[in-house]
Ligand binder design. Structure first.
Ligand code: TPP
Length: 283
């Protein structure tokens, strides 16, 4: 279990990630705010506590890998990696602009700390499965984390990867579902429902499944990852019950996917996020 002090530090880290995510997207004026902000707490736990990475040596052989299969959430990854020290976070205030190293969707050739390239939904799952199999064949004990959107889980490629991972008993593969209930065109229920739920599907595919009641709570996320570490012989899927746009004043109330707010709305949102960061720091 995490100490109270660590929980506090991770909460602060999550709010720092939110502030920077907003500033990064603001530098372009528009982008995927909703699906970036819902993941901030998971990113804080992974990069703030759990993952073994070396910012000074991004391609270190024994690192834990992270694959943002929902590659449109690039900004939350850039904020996290910047705050972690892979590069000055301000470098990412060039999001998706000419000559940037920070494209809207994550690209391993462009950004330090990005392990695999994503953006075509579903593909990151296959990539993560391949990385986990390669690690296993090399006898490595490092973990591969992959984040999949609940809308992204409509892709057939997710389920080919899921079947493969269970068959090859990839117990060092951990998939986090950002179950924020919305995708591009509306709610997941409207567009393509998951019948008995995404967790039930992964269970049927032979995975260990852990449901996290509050997927924006760092302690609950951490406990789930620790339970996944204990699981042998099968991969784990952690279903994070999250809020799309969490912490972005213009996006959270409507669960917006992509946002292009006015300059006044941007200023209001960044101010609110900075105030929340200060409040969490003072707790
Ligand atoms: C193969 C493919 N089809 C369509 C898209 C366009 N697209 C980008 S994001 C998105 C919705 C994804 O929804 P979800 O996975 O729920 O993302 P989140 O709500 O977590 O941001 C779509 C359809 C894409 N990137 N790749």
């Amino acid at each position: 279990m995490l100490t109270e002090k660590r929980v506090h530090e991770l909460k602060v880290f999550a709010e720092e990630i939110r502030v920077e995510t907003l500033k990064i997207i603001h530098s372009r004026g528009f982008g995927h705010v909703g699906g970036s902000m819902s993941l901030a707490d998971a990113m804080a736990v992974l990069y703030g506590e759990v993952m073994n990475v070396r910012p000074e040596e991004p391609r270190w052989e024994d690192r834990d890998w992270f694959v943002l299969s929902k590659g449109h959430g690039g900004p939350v990854m850039y904020a996290t990696l910047g705050l972690k020290g892979f590069y000055p976070v301000e470098d990412a205030y060039t999001l998706n602009q000419p000559h940037t190293r920070f494209p809207s969707h994550t690209d391993r050739r462009m950004t330090l700390g990005v392990d695999l390239t994503t953006g075509s939904l579903g593909q990151g799952m296959s990539e993560a499965v391949g990385a986990a199999l390669a690690n296993k064949m090399k006898g490595k004990t490092s973990h591969v984390f992959v984040t999949v959107g609940d809308g992204e889980a409509d892709e057939g490629q997710i389920w080919e990867g899921a079947q493969f991972a269970a068959h090859y008993k990839l117990d060092h593969l951990i998939c986090l579902i950002d179950d924020n209930k919305r995708q591009l065109d509306g709610t997941c229920e409207q567009v393509m429902g998951h019948a008995k739920g995404i967790g039930a599907k992964f269970d049927a595919f032979g995975w260990n499944v852990i449901n996290v009641a509050d997927g924006n709570d760092v302690s609950q996320i951490y406990d789930a990852v620790m339970a996944a570490y204990e699981t042998e012989g099968k991969p784990t899927c952690i279903v994070l019950n999250t809020i799309k746009g969490k912490g972005a004043t213009f996006a959270e109330p409507i669960g917006a996917h992509s946002s292009q707010p006015s300059e006044e709305e941007w200023e209001e949102a960044i101010k609110a996020a900075e105030e929340r960061l200060a409040a969490v720091r003072a707790q």
